[in-house]
Ligand binder design. Structure first.
Ligand SMILES: Cc1cc2nc3c(=O)[nH]c(=O)nc-3n(C[C@H](O)[C@H](O)[C@H](O)COP(=O)(O)OP(=O)(O)OC[C@H]3O[C@@H](n4cnc5c(N)ncnc54)[C@H](O)[C@@H]3O)c2cc1C
Length: 467
């Protein structure tokens, strides 16, 4: 029976990073993956393909709407959707091949098939074809990720009623795309198809978009998206989707009660979130109980209730983000190796890759108020940033929340072009326990968008220069 120090089940960003770190630490490592390619949700059907589509559709939109103003004459750009989808697929291929290369480089043995934990220390791998094999290991890490959350009574066919997976490969631009859910995935993919020419309507149960994001940020972003032509039906729920005709008939009900109405759409995207995935792992048989949201409970060292079995990533509590899964992968490998692995959950950035982008790290104003923390706010708009003005990309602002007593940065929220890259500065500052004053005294290159971060830090003490 093949024997290892560590078996990782699942090769998403949590699993593959964990396997590499464990191999670096001298462990003999195997991974088990049920899909044909490595990289999990993120590389195959999540982060990577969605960002490729956001990139290409943004350029398409710019070519059609912004180039002429900049003095670039290209005529009306024509969409070659099959080529755009190929470009996306090539990006995915490059990434998943990269993981296979890293496994070989680190002498990690890969087993294809569904992994079931037959007993602590034993994983049975059942391939699509051929007999199953049993592997042995001192430790097992479950990194089986998540799956699309289903909307009750609505069947996803990935053609007309799609999840994010189908929405990344639509064969033609829908005339009307109805998006169920104003979360990150719904707004990113809604933006993609709006830029490519679809009419887009987003239906959201809550009375706001982007639950969990700072309310002021979400409000301003909502207005920007409306200006871009995305329609919203807030405080509304999709009660049914009738797919018997050529067009889908979507029945929408106000959450507070009242008259339901129908909207026609050619494609409906169900983007109401994701749920942990533990199917086929055989957890019940080994006595591992899930929590009330289907997640695997772990302690501060990622250990489950069964000795020798750990879990990380989307399948445990916390934000369902690739970089959170990666950091947990590194931490658990280090813990298993007897080192001090650690994840700082107070400093996990969150990015929405729309145009403009939305990025945040740390606490929102609502969270600080709820925790009775007194704080100062420093805000700086991109309308006053030299580079943003030169590029004529002035939508948005930077907001820094700092402890009123100590000036320590507690949260940073950015709406703006390139916010996703800018948030890294805030994350590093917070990781080092910086005060707003530290950011304000750090020399920032001119002319750059991050100068707005410095100005927001100055504004915490009411001394922004360019405002
Ligand atoms: C459209 C979309 C866009 C996204 N964009 C972003 C983004 O921009 N940034 C970001 O941070 N996050 C993003 N995410 C979220 C991100 O993809 C996840 O947080 C991340 O993939 C979680 O990593 P993971 O390793 O926990 O699990 P996953 O990536 O889900 O990987 C789990 C792996 O386990 C395998 N597996 C499951 N069960 C078994 C079994 N029994 N045996 C063998 N293999 C098994 C699965 O096949 C899969 O390969 C996005 C998600 C989606 C859907």
């Amino acid at each position: 029976m093949p024997s290892y120090d560590l078996i990782v089940i699942g090769t998403g960003p949590g699993g593959y990073v964990c396997a590499i770190r464990a191999a670096q630490l001298g462990m003999k490592v195997a991974v088990v993956e049920k899909e044909k390619t490595f990289g999990g949700t993120c590389l195959n059907i999540g982060c990577i393909p969605s960002k490729a589509m956001l990139h290409t559709s943004e350029l398409f939109d710019e070519a059609g709407h912004a180039f002429a103003k900049m003095g670039i004459k290209v005529g009306t750009p024509a969409l070659d959707l099959p080529a755009m989808l190929r470009f996306k697929d090539e990006g995915v291929e490059g990434n998943v091949k990269g993981v296979a290369f890293l496994f070989r480089k680190n002498k990690i043995e890969a087993h294809n098939g569904v992994g079931r934990i037959a007993a602590p220390g034993k994983v049975e791998v059942t391939a699509a074809r051929g007999p199953s094999t049993v592997l042995e290991a001192k430790a097992i890490v479950i990194a089986t990720g998540s799956d699309v959350a289903q909307l009750q009574g609505i069947t996803i066919d990935e053609k007309r009623i799609v999840s994010s997976t189908g929405a990344l490969s639509l064969e033609k631009v829908p005339r009307h795309l109805l998006v169920v859910g104003a979360g990150v995935i719904g707004l990113e993919l809604g933006s993609v198809w709006r830029r490519l020419g679809a009419q887009v309507t987003v239906v959201e149960f809550l009375d706001r978009i982007l639950p969990g994001i700072d309310t002021e940020v979400a409000r301003q972003f909502h207005r920007i998206l409306e200006k871009q032509g995305i329609g919203f039906k807030l405080a509304s729920k999709v009660a049914a989707i009738d797919s018997n005709d050529l067009m889908l008939k979507v029945t929408i009900e106000p959450v507070a009660g009242g008259t339901a109405f129908d909207l026609d759409a050619d494609v409906a995207l169900v983007a109401i979130g994701r749920v942990p995935y533990t199917e086929g792992l055989g957890l019940e048989a080994i006595g591992l109980k899930l929590d009330n949201r289907g997640r695997i409970p772990v302690d501060g060292r990622f250990a489950t209730s069964v000795p020798g079995i750990y879990a990380i990533g989307d399948v445990i509590a916390g934000p369902m983000l690739a970089h959170k899964a990666e950091d947990e992968g590194i931490a658990v490998a280090e813990i298993i190796a007897g080192k001090a692995g650690h994840v700082n959950y107070d400093v996990i950035p969150n990015v929405i890759y729309t145009s403009p982008e939305v990025a945040s790290v740390g606490k929102t104003e609502e969270e600080l108020r709820a925790a009775d923390v007194t704080y100062n706010v420093g805000k700086f708009p991109f309308t006053a940033n030299g580079r943003a003005k030169a590029n004529q990309q002035t939508d948005g602002f930077v907001k820094i929340l700092a402890d009123a007593r100590t000036d320590r940065v507690l949260g940073v929220h950015i709406v703006g072009s390139d916010a996703g890259n800018m948030i890294a500065e805030a994350a590093i500052a917070m990781e080092f326990g910086a005060a707003a004053e530290d950011i304000a005294r750090t020399c920032h290159a001119h002319p750059t968008l991050p100068e707005a971060v410095k100005e927001a830090a100055l504004a915490v003490d009411k001394r922004a220069i360019h405002m």
